[in-house]
Ligand binder design. Sequence first.
Ligand SMILES: Cc1cc2nc3c(=O)[nH]c(=O)nc-3n(C[C@H](O)[C@H](O)[C@H](O)COP(=O)(O)O)c2cc1C
Length: 349
Amino acid sequence: MRIGPYVLPSQVVLAPMAGVTDRPFRILCRSLGAGLAASEMITSDARLWHTRKSRLRMNHEGEPEPRVVQLAGSEPDVLAEAARANVALGAQIIDLNMGCPAKKVCGRSCGSALLADETLVARILDSVVRAVAVPVTLKIRTGWDPARRNGVRIARIAEQCGVSALAVHGRTRADFFTGVAEFDTIREIKSSVTLPVFANGDIDGVQKARKVLDFTGADGVMIGRASHGAPWIFRAVNASLCSGILAPPLLRADLRDIILAHLDSLYLFYGEESGVRIARKHLGWYCAQLLEDPAPVRRELLAAADTAAQFAHAVRHLGEWVNGVDSVGPMTGFPCGGSRNDREEKTSA
Ligand SMILES: Cc1cc2nc3c(=O)[nH]c(=O)nc-3n(C[C@H](O)[C@H](O)[C@H](O)COP(=O)(O)O)c2cc1C
């Protein structure tokens, strides 16, 4: 699959998620098979870029190419200028956020709220595509609400404006995250444009990824929440989509090494104070994915006051888990190396 000059190494990509897809997580997911990983969204308002949060979001050191920066905003000229500035800072693809359901970011309509104004969508896309020489991609929902699913019209506008790829979350803005993602609209979008399309929404393992690709005819799948505590989901889905066969299981020792390396990279990136806080979130997710009874271990890991104590607890608990002295049972890893969901599907088959 190709976006502009870039041939992606995999058909499965990481969804942009504010508060999750920081540089350490992007690098980790890319190393495990995600074909692309966009940054957390960056406001187009350059006056806010001096904050520590924005500076960390704009840091791409050591990231594999192509480096994707997601921008959020609503003013065509401001977005164009922000795109130019980010390309100058190393962005190789600019992704525009019209998928986030928050009504306002920085006091202005943006994200999926823009879908209600097709003329403005066209002006934004036209302005940003003209502003930069790198590919511009777009992330949308299927429409404003179930009565106004204008995803097909937005996709056609994107194609006319020269957008290079489209990711579609199978919910409307009004759905927020409720209900289940629907793929009929994504299928209709895919058949209406020649752009590469990523299908997104509730894809939580190998089987679902294959089913969604078969049904929609999309070029790739985008995975968000199912990667929380399971970045190895990209390895499993990529192997299955590439070759049709299941990846060999990851052993507990492999998973432990991945988690400890992730912790290390978070401490290095954020420093002591934020490092321990951000790592708590990921450790909570890892516990939920891997342990049958995560509560006691999670309590201890989350209570650790500094990175040294947190890392030491993680080493000890993961060591016990590798040696099979927790309550998980005889399993040596996830069948096919996917997510907890794949394990359950396999077990019940
Ligand atoms: C914590 C979180 C943060 C998100 N932040 C963004 C964002 O900054 N930009 C964006 O386009 N989508 C954002 N999303 C939406 C995801 O990219 C994705 O479309 C959505 O989670 C559906 O995919 P999933 O079911 O695989 O999680 C976010 C989702 C979550 C859960």
